[in-house]
Design a protein around this ligand. Structure first.
Ligand SMILES: [Fe+2]
Length: 269
């Protein structure tokens, strides 16, 4: 997790509402419009269904109570407003209690295409649609519970699991390869690249062992994606011996990184 941010999250009022400026709503508008145009044949059907359920529009940044009303009805999840940066402990504790942490700031226009910190567009547009789907929502909660139970030396492997699923996961469907990872779906460039570019490797997720052995960097287009055969793969990894699988990954060792060395393999948000 980053140790500093140049952004400051906005504080909701007593009704849970946030007063975004016209410029902030305008940034949301532009992000939303262009992403809507590219997700139709690239986002998974569960994601696209979630976008419809949440009824977000380009007009303005959605308010948390609006998102919560839908999430509560679908899966019992809620969005929890948090500071721009929070501790790993708080992050996983919130997820374990079906609260999705969302830093309530939006990127500046000069960072429209990429910023390292997860902003409200990443959280609302990238992640919340999938949280309307029960199996996926359960996976996220179980993941957090297991992370809180994990020994410190096992946690980086759990971070890889989150990275290659919740953030950068692809799924095979009858209509072809589709995206369900929020890190991809909140990025115009990576949504197209992950599905259509000949550059990255797209490997089967299988039982998850290979993903656990794969280093990643948070600040580049991903050189490798893991593809679910179905969301049942996520159910399987949570309901089998996950820590046994992690120990197997530790014994076998990491795969050679497909990128230049960096210190940016960090806990995701
Ligand atoms: Fe994220």
């Amino acid at each position: 997790m980053n140790t500093h941010s140049k952004y400051i999250a906005k504080i909701p009022d007593a009704a849970g509402l946030i007063d975004y400026t016209p410029e902030e709503n305008s940034v949301w508008h532009d992000l939303f419009e262009r992403q809507q145009q590219i997700i139709a044949n690239r986002g998974s059907s569960e994601f696209l269904h979630g976008v419809k359920l949440l009824d977000m529009s380009a007009t303005r940044i959605p308010q948390i109570p609006e998102m919560n009303a839908v999430l509560k009805r679908c899966t019992g999840w809620q969005v929890e407003p948090v500071a721009a940066l929070i501790s790993n402990e708080l992050f996983f504790n919130l997820l374990a209690n079906k609260k999705f942490p969302a830093a309530t700031f939006i990127r500046r226009r000069e960072e429209l295409d990429y910023l390292q910190e997860p902003d409200i567009f990443h959280e609302f547009f990238g992640h919340c649609p999938m949280l309307t789907e029960q199996h996926y929502a359960d996976f996220t909660q179980n993941y957090a519970i297991k992370t809180l139970e994990a020994a410190p030396e096992d946690r980086p492997y759990l971070a890889r699991l989150y990275w290659f699923t919740v953030e950068f996961g692809l799924v095979q469907t009858l209509n072809g390869l589709r995206v369900y990872g929020g890190g991809i779906l909140s990025s115009k460039e990576e949504t197209i690249y992950s599905i259509e570019s000949p550059i990255p490797a797209r490997l089967p997720f299988g039982n998850g062992l290979d993903a656990l052995r794969t280093p990643y960097r948070i600040d580049i287009l991903q050189p490798v994606y893991y593809v679910l055969e179905s969301y049942g793969d996520l159910f399987n990894i949570m309901n089998k011996d996950l820590f046994g699988l992690i120990h197997q990954a530790q014994d076998l060792g990491d795969f050679e990184p497909r990128f230049e060395a960096s210190d940016t393999e960090l806990y995701p948000c």
